[in-house]
Design a protein around this ligand. Structure first.
Ligand code: NAD
Ligand code: UDP
Length: 358
């Protein structure tokens, strides 16, 4: 059985679905700090299987000890954490406590329960500001520019020490580039509780008429059109990488990091124009200053994941944008209830069935 911490969140819920579809048993631990139980109801609806759920905090040792006693967990995917960069600058202790403290607490409870297989959600932000692209796993460019990124790097360091001290551990560190997109059913997607800070969720709300214009943070970067370039990866590809990592870890020990990205970089304007072409909607732009802490460009060399895990990202940018737009149209208010129109899931079902299949 797999424990998925943060399994009700954007990436975690897609991972839970993929694990259930692969025949695994799953228990989710989530405190719903940034998610809703509705995500798990929809996972159940798509997979026709039910993950077990423990509502609790990853920082709470007794919750974890109890969970490991009740469920025969043999591996953990650790998604639970806080991820808003700007918020991490304002509330650093909360970020270190949840992301680093929560991970340490989880590892202590795992060791106590005799569970030593762990997949950890890290981020390309650990590479800092690199000039040379693409970025491979050995690249050292400096330090993350904010407490969120630091919390990921610190957790990686904790995990490396742990694996060095005790060879029972088998740990996969997955450095995500920019996960976007949604499940093609339109039932699962990203549903942030606050106004989104990431590009695509913000763009979707502008296109959906909930926000007036998309801020473009800087058009004077040393990139072809002056806007920031990133490696966007479809959430389903990202999650497939987790299942491949799990298979690898089950036959190995030690610690290893892998990049999960497509290897392709797109600028903010390229992404906006691709979205406009796909949706037929014109997106009003609001040119702004550079956002503090942003890097000009960031895309992956994912050769190691291909060679060692047999994993490659298969979905292109158009598919990412189409699936994300499908999700947004079907769920304009995310997982929360839409006033006067029943549940968002019912509306999603109705609208999804009206959309053409790809
Ligand atoms: P998310 O906020 O949608 O999901 C995180 C989940 O963890 C939520 O369900 C939240 O309720 C839960 N959670 C938060 N604090 C918790 C706690 N103390 N105890 C138990 N549960 C808690 O975020 P996501 O996009 O799904 O990201 C998942 C992981 O991937 C995070 O660790 C994030 O830092 C990492 N990551 C995400 C991205 C991205 O762009 N989405 C990029 C790189 C890395
Ligand atoms: N960005 C933007 N407007 C927004 C959000 C993001 O122009 O409202 C830009 C940001 O400057 C970066 C890219 O879009 O160049 C991706 O940003 P995001 O926050 O999605 O991911 P990051 O790579 O910063 O983690």
């Amino acid at each position: 059985m797999i424990l998925v911490t943060g399994g009700a969140g954007y990436l975690g819920a897609h991972a839970v679905l993929a694990l259930l579809e692969a025949g695994e048993e799953v228990v989710v631990l989530d405190n719903f700090a940034n998610s809703s139980p509705e995500a798990l109801r929809r996972v159940r609806r798509i997979s026709r299987r039910k993950p077990a759920l423990v509502v609790g905090d990853v920082r709470n040792r007794s919750v974890l000890d109890d969970l490991f006693k009740r469920f025969p967990v043999d591996a953990v995917m650790h998604f639970a954490g806080l991820k808003a960069v700007g918020e991490s600058v304002r509330q650093p202790l909360r970020y270190y406590d949840t992301n680093v403290g929560g991970s340490i607490n989880l590892c202590q409870a795992m060791a106590y329960a005799g569970v030593f297989t762990l997949v950890f959600s890290s981020s390309a932000t650990v590479y800092g500001d690199c000039q040379r692209m693409p970025i491979d796993e050995q690249t050292a460019c400096g330090h993350p520019t904010n407490p969120y990124g630091q919390s990921k790097l610190m957790t990686e360091q904790v995990l490396a020490s742990l694996a060095q001290a005790d060879d029972r551990w088998s740990i996969g560190v997955l450095r995500y580039f920019n996960p976007v997109g949604a499940h093609p059913s339109g039932l699962l997607g990203e549903s942030p509780k606050a106004v989104p800070s990431n590009l695509l969720p913000y763009l979707l709300r502008v296109a959906g008429g909930q926000l007036p214009a998309l801020p473009v943070f800087g058009n004077d970067y040393p990139t072809p059109d002056g806007t920031g370039v990133r490696d966007y990866i479809h959430v389903l590809d990202l999650v497939a990488g987790h299942l491949d990592t799990l298979a690898y870890l089950r036959r190995s020990s030690g610690i290893r990091a892998w990049n999960l990205g497509t290897g392709l970089g797109y600028s903010v304007l390229e992404l906006v124009h691709a979205f406009e072409r796909i949706s037929g909607i014109s997106v009003p732009l609001d040119m702004r200053e550079r956002r503090p802490g942003d890097v000009a460009k960031c895309w992956a060399d994912a050769t190691r994941a291909r060679e060692e895990l047999g994993w490659v990202a298969r979905r292109d940018l158009d598919t990412m944008l189409r699936d994300a737009w499908h999700w947004q149209r079907a769920n304009p208010t995310g997982y929360s209830k839409m006033p006067g129109s029943g549940t968002a899931a019912k509306v999603a079902d109705e609208r999804a069935s009206a959309l053409p299949l790809r």
